[in-house]
Design a protein around this ligand. Structure first.
Ligand code: UDP
Ligand code: MG
Length: 315
């Protein structure tokens, strides 16, 4: 049977590592699936890596690496994709919000020939009103860009080795894993799952963190904001023709003194719009700058395979 790699990005999850490993081991052994658990500790400041190391000493199927600092969940996922040895992999959160019981079903679908099995949320769990509003705006936009419904997608997916190789071969640094599997194509199928409540530890996302994540993901997939600058410019040229005609008419009919309010308003609007446009363009230039520096996406500081004196692996 083909090896399944489970990739688990973990940031300050000391309370979850052992529980998650036990649940996963139980489910996968029960379903007779050969597996490896690959915990990628994303620069955790608690004992996450120690927990992983303890487990890896007892069970050779468990491996963990530790980043030199927090590089973000995307980087952790990609490190996992690089290190995984399986013929396919499952990416999932290590807080058990993605139920391990769904994995055998995903694995069966993969054996039937599907290259990607998307985990789709059957409901969004508990979210505040504001969170839901922004999630709707963001996924609405992304769905339009990707020309498919992204609303209930998540990072919980199974990927065939082919897809893993495509993703790890990408040279870009600002990735959005969730959408990239759609971008890659291949034959895919989805499996619905119920988002579980997080029992231990806390969510790593603040409101601002999510907003930044949404902006960065949007701009890594679409240049629509740049086009919006052009559209705004065209709108202003049209308006300036109309207003210009009116102004000239007033001038020639000797009614030109009034209209001071209009001048102030126009200055404010045009000034604001110009600065906003420069901000949008600046954002894209910043992204180009980040990409062109070509720095590594993550740095691996510790590796349980090296710590226990067995073979090493480079990122
Ligand atoms: N995570 C990570 N790096 C980060 C933030 C989060 O690897 O900088 C991991 C985290 O350990 C968890 C997963 O990403 O396994 C999802 O994070 P979280 O549960 O905080 O997000 P939520 O489920 O609330 O969206
Ligand atoms: Mg979570």
């Amino acid at each position: 049977m083909a090896l399944l790699s489970i990739i688990l990005p973990s940031y300050n999850e000391e309370a979850n590592i052992a529980r998650t490993a036990v649940r996963l081991t139980g489910v996968l052994e029960g379903a007779n699936i050969p597996f490896e658990l690959l915990f990628v500790s994303d620069g955790s400041r608690d004992h996450t890596y120690e927990e992983i190391r303890k487990l890896s000493l007892k069970d050779p199927r468990i491996r963990g690496v530790e980043f030199s600092r927090n590089f973000g969940k995307e980087a952790a996922i990609f490190a996992g994709l690089h290190l995984a040895k399986g013929s396919c992999c499952v990416v999932m959160d290590c807080d058990l919000q993605h139920p391990p019981e769904v994995i055998p079903q995903m694995y069966d679908l993969w054996k039937q020939g599907y290259d990607i099995v998307e985990g789709v949320k059957s409901d969004r769990g508990q979210e505040s009103g504001l969170h839901r509003f922004f999630a709707n705006v963001f996924y609405g936009l992304m769905s339009r860009v990707m020309k498919m419904d992204m609303r209930d997608t998540s990072d919980f997916k199974l990927l065939d080795r082919k897809v893993m190789d495509v993703l790890t071969g990408l040279t870009e640094r600002n990735t959005f894993f969730r959408a990239l599997t759609f971008w890659a194509g291949f034959s895919s199928v989805s499996v619905a799952y119920q988002v579980q409540e997080r029992t231990y530890g806390e969510s790593k996302w603040s409101f601002w963190g999510l907003l930044k994540y949404a902006v960065s993901n949007t701009t890594s997939f679409t240049t629509a904001p740049l086009q919006m600058v052009t559209v705004a410019g065209i709108a202003f040229i049209v308006a300036s023709v109309i207003l210009g005609a009116q102004t000239l008419f007033n001038y020639f009919t000797h009614n030109a003194v009034e209209g001071f309010t209009t001048v102030i308003l126009l200055l404010l609007i045009v000034g604001g719009l110009l600065m906003l446009s420069m901000g949008v363009i600046g954002h894209y230039i910043a992204r180009i700058y980040e990409e062109i520096k070509g720095r590594p996406r993550y740095i691996i500081a510790k590796d349980t395979v090296k710590d226990t004196g067995k073979e090493g692996a480079a990122s």
